[in-house]
Design a protein around this ligand. Structure first.
Ligand SMILES: [Zn+2]
Length: 157
């Protein structure tokens, strides 16, 4: 049996100059970070929600509540690994995941290979990452935050 799931996440940029920008498990040195309870890795969160949705296991907030101090500042790849383990426990294996990150800046192209490598290693299946500018439109176009969409295919025999 195959099932698909989609995930979406969005985080505003933080006013805290000390916050790192982490996307797909990769820290983009010198860039303004995103606000959030964990490391605010919008890409890892969207991928996790796509996987949970595909397996019919709810959403990330239900499994890792942002009121839980254990996840404050957490590495979201650890959350993602936890989600992959939940799926594995239900007999699901991941076919692939495809990601679209929408942000006006910074340019993701130089970081895409590292993001794909980190995410694929955690998910245990190919993860492709694409970046798209918002063409100046709306809050994303005004560089107020970053949004991410992800689609996942999961299978079990
Ligand atoms: Zn998030």
């Amino acid at each position: 049996m195959s099932r698909v799931g989609m995930g979406f996440d969005v985080h505003p940029f933080s006013d805290d100059p000390g916050r790192p920008l982490v996307l797909g498990g990769v820290t983009l040195v010198g860039e303004r970070g995103l606000a959030g309870h964990s490391d605010a890795d919008v890409v890892a969160h969207a991928v996790a929600d796509a996987l949970l949705g595909a397996a019919g296991l709810g959403d990330l907030g239900a499994h890792f509540p942002d009121t839980d101090p254990a996840w404050r500042g957490a590495d979201s790849l650890r959350l993602l690994a936890g989600v992959v383990a939940l799926l594995a426990a239900e007999g699901w294996r991941v076919g692939n995941v495809d990601v679209s990150v929408v942000l006006e800046s910074p340019t993701l192209a130089p970081h895409r290979p590292a993001m794909e490598e980190r995410l694929s290693a955690v998910v245990g299946a190919p993860v492709s990452v694409k970046a798209k500018r918002a063409e100046g439109l709306g809050s994303l176009g005004r560089r107020e935050g970053v949004a991410c969409w992800a689609v996942a295919l999961v299978e079990r025999g």
